[in-house]
Design a protein around this ligand. Structure first.
Ligand code: Z5A
Length: 205
């Protein structure tokens, strides 16, 4: 699940998890995982309690995924469903919105992570997002940055379709009620309900 700030990712990921748990074992993972030593450094940065070079924080976000990659693969090999609340697509979209970092440089550290079978992108205008609870507390929660991030997500969608044609990319209007948005998400991932067979695909390869 990907999206802009306050698009409802955490709420909707939880609901999707409950829905899918009726038929399969589901592992829910949130990135950044703020509980690990790397995640604690990310958390301090996001809360503006520490300063880090743009490259350093980007690599920490990626390392935070790599430290979980083995768990993701093990779950998939066991036949379980893995849902991630943000993943490498957020990594690229947020870091590449900074003028100091190029888009290609931002993609590099996440190349060959386990690729998702579907990306649900919750699309919301920065204006609507701002009206939702808690907006503005963390470092990237600024309207101008969110606009740039939204544009980069569109580029990532195109690039991902070219590099990983098997990935379903569903852009969902996240501006309805919780139930309306959840219905759209469930419909988008319906093609995966029968399960996935074959080798685990790799990101951007
Ligand atoms: N980041 C990065 O730079 N690089 C990376 O590699 C990764 C992340 C993985 C923290 O992410 C920051 O890290 C984030 C991207 C960057 N910066 N920004 N922006 P995070 O995922 O930990 O935090 P977040 O983006 O701020 O997510 P969030 O606070 O968890 O928001 P959300 O998950 O999208 O929304 P929510 O918690 O489900 O809902 C927010 C509020 O809106 C809440 O009060 C809900 O009740 C309300 N809500 C939700 N849906 C609705 C609807 N449909 N109607 C009305 N109100 C709603």
């Amino acid at each position: 699940m990907e999206g802009l700030d306050r698009s409802g990712k955490t709420t909707q990921t939880q609901k999707l998890c409950e829905h899918l748990q009726r038929t399969n074992t589901v592992k829910l993972i949130k990135f950044p995982d703020r509980t690990t030593p790397i995640g604690k450094m990310i958390d301090a940065y996001l809360r503006s309690q520490s300063e880090l070079d743009d490259r350093a924080i980007h690599l920490l976000f990626s390392a935070n995924r790599w430290e979980c990659a083995g768990t993701i693969e093990a779950e998939l090999r066991a036949g379980n469903t893995v849902i991630c609340d943000r993943y490498a697509f957020s990594g690229v979209a947020f870091s590449a919105s900074k003028s100091s970092l190029s888009y290609e440089w931002c993609k590099a550290p996440d190349i060959s992570l386990p690729a998702p079978d579907a990306v649900v992108f919750l699309d919301i205008s920065p204006e609507v997002a701002q009206q939702r609870g808690g907006y503005g507390e963390e470092r990237y929660e600024k309207e101008e940055m969110q606009r740039t991030v939204r544009q980069i997500f569109r580029k990532i969608e195109t690039d991902t379709a070219q590099a990983n044609g098997h990935i379903i990319w569903a852009t969902i209007d996240a501006s309805g009620t919780l139930d309306e948005v959840q219905q759209r998400i469930q419909k988008a991932v319906e093609p995966l309900n029968g399960g996935i067979t074959g080798e685990i695909q790799r990101l951007w390869m």
